[in-house]
Ligand binder design. Structure first.
Ligand code: XMP
Length: 520
């Protein structure tokens, strides 16, 4: 994504980690421009004039899979500071003469790091006692230091957790400083950018609005665009951004899948058609979606069916509008990485996000996805820059496949009805108790399990409702929110007393990872 060739940058070389974009985002947070490039695309032709530092990402490979790991060691001769993270640490260690082996004990999750030496890279990173909790995810480890390097910190299982060659400005770290579980992880990135690469701030969220509007204009020119509007944060921001860029060339299409939150369709029409006066077509496709999803239990099949139906509907309306060339979508970076890698490296597939993995191969429209490299909070900032209301911009995220993936097992009309009611009770409860804005995302789900209860003096045998509320920075990792017993009791009682068919409420207390935010 060569947005700006004239800006000094940190080049991030991607080996397929789930977290590569998180590294880019951390760099952006410090007001520094960065670009990501696949490790397969490093060659002599690369313009290195504006590269002030290089970060090598982690990745699912091991350094001995030599066919897959094309590491062009050219970069080691460029005289540019390098920070290798996880796999990146192992790959430079090996290239510079160290040794990497399968670790006796794999390390996944939190590990205690102990400082052995001081380094510019770790200024203000360790606690006073010289320790820190860091997040690890590796099966291999560096077992022999490359020549000219020294060790800065270790854990009980990996003795070269941070290493450096300060004269060459090469640094390697086994853990992930970019994830929020690593305490003070941002300090490492900050030290690398400012103390080691000596960069100056050159990027802000205002640049984001300008660059993205310009990108859309360049790409679309005089063509017509249709936009998949759902009323959620992402598609609302996309619609407004594109409307600002190309005005009447844009038509928004809002599909009522029957899998939306309660009353959502009315709110969308009111806001976008009446208030913003965007071209908006409302498609009532409740029956089509429900018919196609009948008896489908497999989560990936549900996602694919929904994705394909969406696209068919868009294509149909595009034909009616005539000469439409582009389909705009609010795909964000986390949607992309969890479906496939953006940079062509080897990221493992977790879920097919409906607006990515579900696309038919022969789609006749080209995609415009201006938010594809942004995270949710960056989209929210952009939304406010675009003068969207706080109600829209601060709304909890809602997945494209909607309630279908909050209802494991079969999807039926009566289940959808129960789920809409339960979700509304929970969300209203959060708003009434001033909890909504403290939570990144909350929802009710309906589990395909019936359990026995007793109401009045009668036995009941009904469904179980699961509540999920998480805090997160970006949707990549998440923690469950701690409610008071009083609040949980209140919501649980209200759900059971008001919704026929539910006799038990449970609260999901898993984090992400190991769970995901949605159930499917
Ligand atoms: P997971 O469940 O993958 O969710 O941890 C991460 C975030 O993404 C949302 N999500 C989706 N958004 N299309 C979307 O537009 C999808 O197919 C989709 N699946 C999950 C989810 O609600 C959470 O905010």
């Amino acid at each position: 994504m060569n947005l700006k060739d004239d800006l000094s940058k940190i080049l991030i070389i991607d080996f397929g980690s789930q977290f590569t974009q998180l590294i880019a985002r951390r760099v952006r947070e410090f007001g520094i421009y960065s670009e990501i490039i696949s490790h397969k695309k490093i060659n002599k032709k690369l313009n290195k004039k504006k590269i002030n530092g290089i970060i090598l990402s982690g990745g699912p490979l091991n350094v001995y899979q030599s066919k897959k790991v094309k590491f062009n060691n050219e970069i080691l001769k460029w005289n540019i500071p390098i920070l290798g993270i996880c796999f990146g640490h192992q790959v430079i260690s090996k290239e510079l003469g160290g040794k990497v082996k399968k670790a006796k004990n794999r390390e996944f999750g939190l590990a205690k790091l102990k400082r052995l030496n001081k380094s510019k890279l770790t200024k203000n990173f360790f606690s006073k006692s010289g320790t820190n909790n860091v997040w690890m995810s590796h099966a291999d480890e560096v077992t022999k230091l490359p020549k000219g390097f020294r060790v800065i910190a270790k854990t009980d299982t990996s003795k070269f957790s941070i290493i450096e060659n300060p004269s060459k400005k090469f640094y390697g770290i086994q853990f992930h400083p970019e994830v929020s579980h690593t305490i003070n992880g941002k300090k490492i990135i900050k030290n690398f950018i400012f103390s080691i690469c000596k960069m100056r701030r050159n990027w802000s969220s205002k640049n984001q609005k300008y660059v993205l509007t310009h990108e859309v204009k360049q790409m679309v020119k005089k063509s017509k665009v249709i936009c998949a509007l759902s009323g959620g944060v992402d598609s609302s921001v996309v619609a407004k951004l594109i409307h600002n860029a190309i005005g009447k060339q844009l038509t928004c299409i809002f599909v009522n899948t029957g899998l939306l939150r309660k009353n959502e369709e009315h709110q969308v029409i009111k806001t976008f058609k009446k208030k913003f006066k965007l071209n908006l077509i409302y498609v009532d496709a409740k029956k089509i979606f429900l018919n196609n999803l009948r008896n489908i239990k497999d989560p990936e099949k549900k996602r694919k069916i929904i994705g394909n139906l969406f696209i068919k509907i868009f294509e149909k309306y595009a034909k009616k509008i005539k000469n439409v060339k582009f389909l705009a979508q609010g795909t964000l970076y986390p949607d992309l990485i969890e479906s496939k890698s953006v940079t062509g490296s080897q990221t493992s597939k977790i879920k097919s996000h409906h607006n990515v993995g579900g696309l038919p191969k022969k789609m006749k429209l080209k995609l415009v996805e201006p938010l594809r490299f942004l995270f949710k909070d960056e989209v929210r900032k952009l939304g406010l820059e675009l003068k969207l209301s706080k109600d829209i911009v601060l709304r909890h995220p809602f997945p494209g496949p909607g309630l279908a993936i909050r209802m494991p097992g079969e999807i039926t009309h009566s289940k959808i009805k129960m789920l809409k009611e339960a979700d509304e009770i929970f969300i209203n409860g959060l708003k009434e108790h001033n909890l909504y804005n403290k939570i990144w995302q909350a929802y009710a789900a309906l589990l395909p399990v019936k359990t026995v209860g007793v109401m009045g003096d009668n036995r009941t045998y009904e469904y179980m409702c699961l509540l999920r509320a998480i805090t997160s920075e970006d949707g990549m990792t998440a923690d469950f929110f701690s409610f008071s017993k009083k609040f949980m009791q209140l919501v649980s009682n209200k759900i059971i007393n008001n919704i026929k068919g539910i006799n038990r409420v449970v609260y999901d207390i898993t984090s992400k990872p190991p769970s995901t935010i949605e159930l499917e």
